[in-house]
Design a protein around this ligand. Sequence first.
Ligand code: TRP
Length: 335
Amino acid sequence: MKNNRRLILAVIIIFGILIGSFVKEVTTTTTTKDSETEEVLKVGILQYVSHEALDQISEGVVEGLAERGYVEGENLEIIFYNGQGDQSKLATMSQQLIDKKCDVLVGVATPAAQSLANATSSIPIIMAAITDPIKADLVQSLEEPGGNITGLSNRPSVEDQFALAAELLPKAKKIGILYSSAEDNSKSQVESATVAATALGLEVSEYVVNSTNEIAQTVEVMAEKADYIYLPQDNMIATAMPTVVAEANKSMTPIVTSVDTMVEAGGLVSIGQNQKDLGFESGKMVADALDGRKPATTPVYIYTKVEAVINMQQAEFLGIEIPEKVLAEAKLINE
Ligand code: TRP
């Protein structure tokens, strides 16, 4: 009996060892297989329209992903669509990105993020450079977005922009704000700009356009009435900067903006943000989502870095003298 038990025990132990080594063998072969064919993840980027700022943001997104180890053509596929400012194109493209089974979606500018949000409530969406995610109905709370959407919000202070404008244009009393009716990002910024400007004793008039065709004539009217024109981060206006600048220059009306790229395009002054860097930081959040971090519990990142920018050629053209103190602190272009 005793011998029998020993025998059974020995047999069990031998079997155990055999099974153990077999299992080990199987697992080692699968892991080698895994590292040979590393999984390629898919990111879909939907950019609202082409203008310098959004182009830079999209570029930044790709660079931010690479910084975090997601490299296009290696372990990442990027599908890039541009909605060309057309709502129905945006809707179709959003659906296409979903059909192509993207792991994470990126909305560059508010209308693009809204279109993606309408198309899916399950695939993670990262907002790239969105002025006001709450007013745009993209998230319920900045600290705890709650759904499938999080990302980066950029909102340089309108108070600071008007304060700087006052140093360059101390006599200005009346300002005109130009924006498009279709963009929630602009509505939100125009509200805060109106409050800030009124508090500084400026008289504010709003000029809303429904299409780019209306811009030239609207600016002509504004330029007659306003001491300067203020431009929020509006995508339609950004695409039409050459027209805005040409019309404003006819009557030597200065343009104060909220974006550095609009100063580069002929505006006078801004306290803006580096657009490429906005994209870069958004790209890192896309990487977080690819790593499995849930948007619902990832706070919206409020980007606060700003820089004063002055277009010196435009200042000279308008005959504006810039105080030394301002010159020392601002980034000067077209010197
Ligand atoms: N913040 C804008 C939005 O929410 C997008 C944007 C970023 C933008 N940078 C800009 C628009 C510069 C005009 C100019 O849609």
